[in-house]
Design a protein around this ligand. Structure first.
Ligand code: ADP
Ligand code: MG
Length: 293
């Protein structure tokens, strides 16, 4: 393509809500045959809500919400914000947390009101050799089958509650996935979240290939493996935990609604946080570079 065509392409991109870091990006946009989609905050809104609380026998629900809410108040994770806000709505003011530690991809730990508290995925509890009692395990299984994320709460060495959180799939995501497919791209859903939740979201969007329970530092390897299979990989993400994968991808697309780390790592920003703009970007690059009319 001529330099003029590239300039026109990037200018048209800006009109469509796509910021392209340089005209050379269009070539990789054109060639992409696979598109890896982060789940939380990318195909979903990332605005999570606390929808349910299940306590173990003998555990007071108010106590569970106070301790979990207090600890999550110190974290910026979307799940943490849902738990802190939902807990405050239900039980009022939350105590302060001490010795707070954020464990990316796992959860949080700290001390609240003299109790050593853990909030996070089951794997976090497993690392401390804390098992879920049967009634909580069942609540977790049911929540996940319904496409909700189950968060476990433990303190003083025992699992005491399961919290259900969920966000909504963005209204534009299903149509965007359909368009990406029509452009010949294979969509793959990638998430640190549980497999059942990921599959529920995948089936809602018509995405068969789902890679779940991936630790933040391993997302980049998922992209690399796809490249080793000979694919040209586009990746769409929003989080700090997506930055390395966005940089590794042949084409990194950052949600404009996402973190600065993701935007810096991407080649292209979807300003409005609408996945449909990813399809627009690919169409635009193919037109600009003359592969479709
Ligand atoms: P995603 O890839 O969907 O953006 P993350 O890698 O941030 O998700 O987190 C993966 C999983 O780790 C979450 O689904 C949740 O189970 C758990 N987790 C992470 N951070 C927290 C937190 N602050 N509180 C509770 N659970 C958390
Ligand atoms: Mg995300």
């Amino acid at each position: 393509a001529t330099p003029t065509a590239l300039m026109v392409g990037t200018g048209r991109g800006a009109q469509l809500g796509i910021l392209i870091k340089g005209p050379e990006v269009l070539e990789n946009t054109r060639r992409a045959d696979t598109i890896v989609l982060d789940k939380t905050g990318t195909v979903t809104t990332g605005r999570m809500t606390l929808l349910g609380v299940h306590t173990a026998e003998g555990t007071d629900e108010t106590e569970a919400l106070r301790l979990a809410g207090a600890l999550e108040h110190a974290s910026e994770h979307p799940i943490a914000q849902a738990v802190a806000t939902g807990a405050a709505e239900r039980v009022g003011a939350l105590p302060a947390a001490e010795d707070f530690v954020n464990l990316p991809g796992l959860g949080v730990q700290g001390v609240v009101a003299g109790h050593a508290v853990l909030v996070g995925r089951e794997r976090l509890l497993a690392e401390w050799a804390i098992a879920l009692p049967a009634e909580l395990d069942q609540a977790r299984t049911e929540a996940e089958a319904a496409g909700r994320t189950a968060i476990t709460v433990a303190w003083d060495g025992e699992a005491r509650a399961v919290l259900e959180v969920a966000d909504a799939v963005r209204p534009t995501s299903a149509e965007a996935v359909r368009r990406l497919r029509a452009l010949g791209l294979t969509p793959i859903l990638l998430t640190g979240d549980n497999k059942a939740v990921a599959e529920a979201v995948g089936s809602e969007l018509g995405i068969e290939r789902v890679v779940a329970e991936v630790m933040p530092e391993d997302k980049v390897d998922v992209v690399r493996r796809l490249q080793e299979e000979g694919r040209t990989v586009a990746m769409v993400g929003d989080g700090v935990n997506d930055a390395a994968a966005l940089a590794q991808a042949d084409l990194g697309l950052a949600m404009g609604t996402g973190t600065d780390a993701a935007i810096e790592a991407g080649d292209l920003t979807l300003v409005r946080g609408d996945l449909g703009a990813a399809a627009d970007a690919i169409r635009l690059s193919r037109r600009t570079l003359g592969t479709i009319k």
